[in-house]
Design a protein around this ligand. Sequence first.
Ligand code: C2E
Ligand code: CA
Ligand code: CA
Ligand code: CA
Length: 280
Amino acid sequence: RAKRNDSGFMLFNSSMDSHTKMQLQLESELRVALAEHQFELYYQAKVATASEQIVGCEALIRWHHPTKGLIEPDKFLEVLESIGLILPVGAWSLREVCEQMRQWREQGLPVQRVGVNLSMRQFLQPDLLVLIDQVLVETQIPADLLELEITESVAMSNANLTIDTLIALKQRGIYISIDDFGTGYSSLSYLKRFPIDAVKIDRSFIQDLEHESDDAAAIVTATIRLAHAMNLSVVAEGVENALQRDFLMKYGCDVLQGYYYSKPVSADEFATMLMRGHYH
Ligand code: C2E
Ligand code: CA
Ligand code: CA
Ligand code: CA
């Protein structure tokens, strides 16, 4: 096992396997990344299905590694979570999104709602509301421009706590989406207990539409129907082609997000889209 010496540096032991060494290396690089501002948020447009106009976006974290280039979150989020760094990084994301909205508003851009992903730990953290209130006051961003995306599995992990937190967020006017919908075990009727605004149908179902999967089509259409019956907006993520778009349009999905419209882009590129009012 690794030991720390007095100054806190890791002492590598030659018998340590290379996987452990790589893990420790990654951990220490992630601490540096936070301290040295190597994280950046990218923004992916969400468009209204009927008009194909931008109605908002989702912020997605990237890591500018000093030698390896741009790294996507699947490669480091789990490690951030396991070493407890997800809380400071998550707080950074929230603040950065609101600060970015503040700048866009100052530049006179027509800013719409921006979604931030919340990790399990972040959502369960008692100080979450304090942080959000602080950030909203600091940046003077109206709460209804902020969207929080919480995965279905996080929401379901402790339903009573979730309801309390969601009520407090809703009271502030924050928009709430259930992410990766359909991958957990909750039924939509159970979700009825949650004061939420939208569900995001998981990319895997949207991908399967392309392969003419009857199951995926049935899940997608049933989700849209039931969500609408509960007055929830429905977002499809991972829309990559016109076939998927046409299907989702036909069944009344409200909002589309995916490479078909735009990949996640830098804040400057997204500002250009906002200025043009279009995702090109
Ligand atoms: P997610 O919230 O489900 O985000 C959607 C993911 O799908 C993003 O991956 C996005 O780049 C990707 N995507 C969007 N459109 C398409 C498409 O048409 N086709 C395909 N194949 N993929 C598409 P990304 O950026 O790698 O993020 C992965 C996950 O990392 C996110 O999944 C989210 O759970 C998490 N994440 C990202 N940023 C943050 C953050 O700031 N905080 C936290 N806690 N989690 C984050
Ligand atoms: Ca998301
Ligand atoms: Ca997802
Ligand atoms: Ca996901």
